[in-house]
Design a protein around this ligand. Structure first.
Ligand code: CAA
Length: 379
């Protein structure tokens, strides 16, 4: 790490220790997202980490961003996923494909944390097979009219700006993955409808909602790039997003490891601390090795991104390994705590629940394996 990267990581750790960790249990229990924390993250510059300084961002490298995100997830995974989606998907997509006017209008308030961003690709019947989505955009005078329903949108209700993928081809001329547009929506627009907040197993504080469009008019100025290439932009965005989720998972795993190590030192059975038993030492060592290997893969993907290299494969490798690490390490952490680990009073119970969804959202582990295998043949 460069001194600057170290400084950013330490700042994030400090913030997580003081502002997130003490409240994580309560936010989870109440399933309440602390919107005020987004503002605080914005003041630190953490909602515009990858946005250039000319648009009020910090203009940092991907490595700094992902190491900071890991620390935020160490403090609270629900806050981290909101930060990850915002920094990795809508802002990056606008940066990559947006017009000068779109960058000026949307990136500044997003970089400052005044507007929270979301990304909407999935639908009730289009999850892994995302290109089969059916929400429809129809050409109108000066823009498009959107109708349809989208599913599982992080920040989709409390957020301010959503990039939503909708079909722009016509029923008699279907073009599959090349017949989808990406639309920059304001959540206060007429016809933008928000469903109930999903009641989830983990990351309960993060807001996940279904949204629907009812005759939602989107002016041409809010279409991102080429209106038939939105699916490609979404997959490019997900290359970034998957690194973000890898960092979220890594933060959860690191937190679980630290709790397990501390508990194994305190808890005594058969007259000795748990850590004196070789079976426990092997378990803790295996957890630590997984976490370190996961971090190495994430840093490798981040370095590729910073070097301007293609990251599709590296992002999927990092996402797959970090998220499966989070699940394995939190499972073992619960085991170290034994009966106490199964109780809500102990943080490993929440970390175990928080870990699971990282293997699902922004592409399941099965989709990551599919992407990696395809890239092997492409090489
Ligand atoms: N970058 C750019 N282009 C890409 C790409 C990438 N990473 N991957 C594929 N493409 C291109 C392909 O080259 C192809 O274009 P050509 O025909 O010109 O070659 C086009 O995209 C279509 O690709 P495929 O034929 O491979 O498309 P597919 O329908 O078979 O799907 C898939 C591929 C990998 C399965 C993809 O659908 C996928 O990743 N599915 C998972 C979806 C997902 O991750 N959803 C998460 C939603 S977000 C979320 O979780 C909510 C949240 O808020 C956190």
């Amino acid at each position: 790490m460069t001194p600057e990267q170290q400084q950013i990581r330490d700042l994030a750790r400090e913030f997580a220790r003081n502002e997130l960790r003490p409240h994580a249990e309560e936010w989870d229990r109440e399933a309440r997202f602390p919107r005020e924390v987004v503002q605080a993250l914005g003041e630190l510059g953490f909602m515009g980490m990858l946005i250039p300084e000319e648009y009020d961002g910090l203009g940092l490298d991907a490595t700094s961003y992902l190491l900071a995100l890991e620390q935020v997830a160490w403090g609270d995974a629900s806050v981290a996923v909101a930060m990850s989606v915002h920094n990795s998907l809508p802002t990056q997509m606008i940066l990559a494909q947006g017009t000068a006017e779109q960058k000026e209008r949307f990136l500044r308030p997003m970089a400052r944390g005044e507007w929270l961003g979301a990304f909407s690709l999935s639908e009730p019947d289009a999850g892994s097979d995302a290109a089969s989505l059916t929400a429809q955009a129809v050409r109108a005078d000066g823009g498009w009219v959107l109708n349809g329903a989208k599913a599982w949108v992080t920040n989709g209700g409390m957020g301010d700006v959503v990039i939503a993928m909708c079909r722009t081809d016509t029923p008699d001329d279907r073009r599959g993955a090349k017949g989808i547009g990406a639309f920059i929506l304001r959540t206060d627009a007429e016809g933008y409808l928000v469903g109930k907040k999903e009641d989830k197993m983990g990351q309960r504080a993060s807001e996940t909602v279904g949204i629907a469009f009812r005759d939602l008019f989107v002016p041409d100025g809010q279409v991102l790039g080429d209106p038939s290439m939105g699916f490609i932009y979404a997959l490019q965005g997900l290359d970034n997003g998957r690194m973000g989720i890898a960092a979220v998972a890594l933060g959860i795993a690191q937190a679980a490891l630290e709790h397990a190590v501390a508990y194994a030192g305190e808890r005594k059975q058969f007259g000795r601390p748990l850590r004196d038993f070789q079976g426990m030492q092997f378990k803790l060592a295996d957890m630590a090795v997984r976490v370190e290997a996961a971090r190495a893969l994430l840093v490798q993907a981040a370095a590729a991104k910073d070097a301007g290299e293609p990251v599709t494969r590296a992002a999927s490798v990092a996402k797959l390994f970090c998220t499966e690490t989070a699940m394995q390490v939190t499972t073992q952490a619960v085991q170290v705590f034994g009966g106490y680990g199964y109780m809500k009073e102990y943080p490993v119970e929440r970390l175990f629940r928080d870990a699971k969804v990282t293997e699902i959202y922004e592409g399941t582990s099965e989709i990551q394996r599919t992407v990696i295998a395809r890239e092997l043949y492409r090489a």
